[in-house]
Write a protein that binds this ligand. Structure first.
Ligand code: SF4
Length: 274
């Protein structure tokens, strides 16, 4: 098997969030390849979000969108409302460069950090990252400020461009907000940039340690029970954190295996999709 040191792992913001929330969950999903079931409601929301992103991408490329909006009147309404609410960002300006699904990568501590901006707009003075959200605007702005999506997206842009952190911003658009779409903008500065660098270094150093121990058949640590994340987690039974199960005697042999049985999957983590 390839050593963890020899593999350049590709990591997205979602994986960083998961790693920070519960390292064991990260292990079970990305190393052990145990999928957690998606309920029909989640699936419908994901499908709707994918269609919205596809439509916005086609629109940005100047491709026809009629067939997409004809199938879904609600989708058409949200896009029209977004264009009305934010004409300055959705109508092309010849003085700016703009690109949808703009991808950047950064080699950091042996990991390939990867971001995809829904829309990227830059001119000589500033650069903006725009992201479409198909869930309601969170009440607490701090929640998004601390999220690795905000932090990583801004960090990578500063690291891979000539812009100063102060010239960069990221704006989320909540397209389903009523009566019209709402936005939350995050500016950036050198102090935040240094803090993100420190936090990223710490998190990825931890990951390297966990991976090395995983190769020696040691599981990633579980989130403390006091964090109260386990009752809603799909892995609660496997982790013996389900209140209704005090031991694993009820598990089938397939569910009760050691993670050593899954070690070959370690070499595949770099192929995890974003
Ligand atoms: S049940 Fe708890 S410890 Fe296990 S993966 Fe879920 S959050 Fe982590």
């Amino acid at each position: 098997m390839e050593s963890t040191q020899e593999v350049l792992f590709r990591l997205s913001q979602g994986q960083l969030n998961l790693l920070q929330t519960c390292p064991r969950k990260f292990q079970q999903i990305y190393l052990d390849k145990l999928s957690s079931p998606t309920n029909p409601e989640q699936l419908e929301r994901q499908n709707w979000g994918s269609r919205f992103h596809l439509l916005m991408q086609q629109r940005e490329l100047g491709l026809p969108v009629e067939s997409l909006v004809q199938e879904d009147a609600q989708l058409h309404r949200w896009v029209t409302a977004l264009v009305d609410a934010a004409p300055e960002i959705l109508i092309s300006n010849p003085k700016t460069f703009r690109q949808s699904e703009h991808c950047r990568t950064l080699n950091f501590e042996g990991y390939l950090l990867t971001v995809i901006y829904d829309l990227f707009i830059e001119d000589t003075q500033s650069a903006q990252i725009l992201d479409w959200k198909t869930y309601p605007q969170p009440k607490n702005r701090r929640w998004l400020e601390k999220d690795w999506q905000t932090r990583l997206y801004l960090y990578i842009l500063a690291e891979t461009s000539d812009y100063l952190p102060e010239q960069i911003s990221m704006t989320y658009w909540f397209v389903q907000s009523q009566p019209q779409p709402e936005s939350l903008k995050f500016t950036y500065n050198a102090v935040q940039h240094e803090q993100t660098k420190r936090d990223l270094t710490e998190l990825l150093t931890q990951l390297t340690n966990y991976l090395q121990r995983y190769q020696q058949a040691e599981d990633f640590p579980q989130v403390p029970e006091t964090a109260n994340r386990c009752p809603d987690c799909n892995f609660a039974i496997r982790c013996q954190r389900d209140r209704n199960f005090s031991n694993t005697s009820h598990l089938t042999s397939e569910e009760n295996f050691s993670h050593q049985d899954w070690l070959p999957n370690l070499a595949k983590i770099q192929e995890v999709s974003l």
